[in-house]
Design a protein around this ligand. Structure first.
Ligand code: ZN
Length: 168
């Protein structure tokens, strides 16, 4: 089922999400909806709180990005256990339609998470998938990409966003 994607400044986007205790069919149903909603919106990542669900779940699909190794995963209770390097990229966000903000991230991350069957997995993401992971990880902590830029850059992005909102 395609769910509504909540837009900034919805308060749930500023609230850290809760750990998933039991991975059951209900959780797998949420993951299915998250993939469907993400594809419908032509996104490459989605965090559960973006569709109003207060749980530490994200989905990523970077297979359309040809220059990086494809990643298509659901991550439950993800943790970043190692990080290195730095990379700048102009990011978009489904909760900020039309807005692009350049953000600096780690270029390589090692991640521990549960899969949709409750099994613990370790992944290494590099380049674009690493950027998407960190963007979604921020969502789960109640942080948006706007919180990653300061001063003038942030003010200009906010102005542009409110203009875009008025056009809609
Ligand atoms: Zn986002």
């Amino acid at each position: 089922m395609i769910r509504e994607i909540l837009k900034f400044p919805h308060p749930i986007l500023k609230t850290p999400t809760k750990k998933v205790d039991v991975i059951d069919d209900a959780v797998r149903g949420i993951i299915r909806d998250m993939f469907e909603t993400m594809y419908h919106a032509e996104g490459v990542g989605l965090a559960a709180n973006q569709i109003g669900i207060d749980l530490r779940i994200m989905v990523i699909d970077t297979t359309q990005k040809k220059e990086s190794p494809p990643v298509k995963l659901a991550l439950i209770n993800p943790e970043m256990i190692e990080k290195e390097g730095s990379i700048k990229y102009k990011e978009g966000c489904l909760s900020f339609p039309g807005l692009v903000v350049e953000v600096e991230r780690y270029s390589k991350v090692k991640v521990k998470a549960l899969d949709e069957y409750g099994e613990e997995k370790i992944y290494t993401f590099e380049g674009f998938p690493a950027i998407v992971f960190q963007h979604e990880m921020d969502h789960l902590e109640g942080i948006t990409f706007l919180d990653r830029v300061n001063g003038l850059k942030r003010r200009l992005a906010l102005e542009k966003y409110s203009k875009l909102q008025k056009q809609r």
